[in-house]
Write a protein that binds this ligand. Sequence first.
Ligand code: GLY
Length: 572
Amino acid sequence: MDRLQGVACPRLSRRLVVVGLACLALLAAALPAVASAARPGKAAIAAAHPLAVAAGEEVLAGGGNAFDAAVAVSAALAVVEPYASGLGGGGFWLLHLARGDRDVFIDGRETAPGAASATMYLDSGGQVIKGATLDGPLAAGIPGEPAALVHMAKRYGRLPLARSLAPAIRLAAEGIPVHERLQMGLRFRRKAMERSPALMAVFYPGGEAPAAGSLLRQPELAATLRRLAAGGFDGFYRGPTAAALVEGVRAGGGIWSPEDLAGYRVVEREPVRGRYRGVRITSAPLPSAGGIGLVDMLNILSGYDLGRLDPATRKHLIIEAMRRAYRDRSLYLGDPAFSQPPVEQLLSPFYAAGQRTSIRLDRATPSEVLAAAPADGSAGQDTTHFSILDAEGNRVAGTLSINTWYGSAFMPPGTGVLLNNEMDDFTVKPGTANAYDLLGAAANDIAPGKRMLSSMTPTFLESDRGVAILGTPGGSRIITMVLLAALDWVDGGDARSMVALRRFHHQFYPDVVEYESGAFTDAEIKALEALGHRLELGTRAYGNMNVITWDYATGRVGAASDPRSAGEAQVY
Ligand code: GLY
């Protein structure tokens, strides 16, 4: 071997003993990096609930790989965080296959039912019917998560699906301790839930909200999971589960058909890729706006030496990059099967250079000065994210959702499945913002079979230093959270600093910088306001990021769960 990790070695000869020894020393120094880059030798899981982490650990310990663990963690999250994701929702799973050094993006996003139409949420006067996109079964897209779990287990897992679903089945059948977030969501969504007796029976047993620490059993969900484990795709999308879902939805005023379920398909997509200061970014493609937004922002920022700027100017530029990327999101993005968003242009460094010409160092750009956007958009506040690394170097970044807290607050009787309200992520009417104040365009209007635009941004960062696996829930703020964490990693941050850093967010409209307490110093607030930014201190902390890092040089695997919530991160 003449070259290893960039170390050039002349051939050894007697006359070059000294050079040879020096060369061997260099090789020895280089070897550990090569070995650790090939295989971490350790596994890690970071997720929003300790029982979901335990489910993944059980499957890893039973001989599963990261993909089996991802099935186990996803299914367990459906049981322990029923307000955030589940079989009645969808998600994106970004996989890295160590063998073959390949990335795969699994799109298990919900689709609009076959009877859906662009005007389905408008009254006869053309106004949006209040609550129609959020509450009840008319708000629900056709779920993609069950199909994605079957697909991931079959194509990439090592264990049978039933083995990976076993921990979730046990949790649903035996019960989980009621925790604070679960209770908080129940209080918040009670009114909408009262219209779904099946759901009330599970979450308000005997008519009362369950006490903290009491056991919450979900026997019908356990039965649905068992049918999925036994029958795979058909165990959910055909047969008794499908029949109960369709019957319940239609009886509740929804429009699903058996064909909608039987016709659901997972899509494997090429991830979005970008580069920023020597870091390779691999992230979510359409129908998520996440990867495009992330790369667009980083491309804009790559024109500045952020490290040399004073902190207020640095933050001003980050805000201006956010503003422009969210403008593009609202103008152009939607399901690529239904329109041709200009993805190549949005990802081009030349486009970013053009965007930079409109950025002034001495003044915020009012959003209204940039070309006006038609309105409405997408993203889920109560979504969930987990990160997994296995000992062989396989990785998963999974972000899953039923959209807002407890989704549509509707459960078809006999299924235990809480349905999403992801239809709100479509552009329901141009000029009307969605639950997350996002704007959208015709590219994201409703059509049968179409996938609604998402903000979920499961992401890998990779450089000579190592790898970071990250993502978060947080609605429209997901993409800016991932941006800030990525900038932190580029600056030498680790898993712990990435999840903990104080966040700020701008999404084009409303023309406001929302920030967490501590995101800006008093001096920065003054400086940013002097530039013309409107700052608003958020009422509460947001996000629930889960990050795993693997350092090639030291072999160290780090994992951290957001201190704002009750998740867990473990290295094995
Ligand atoms: N509803 C969550 C998202 O896809 O952005």
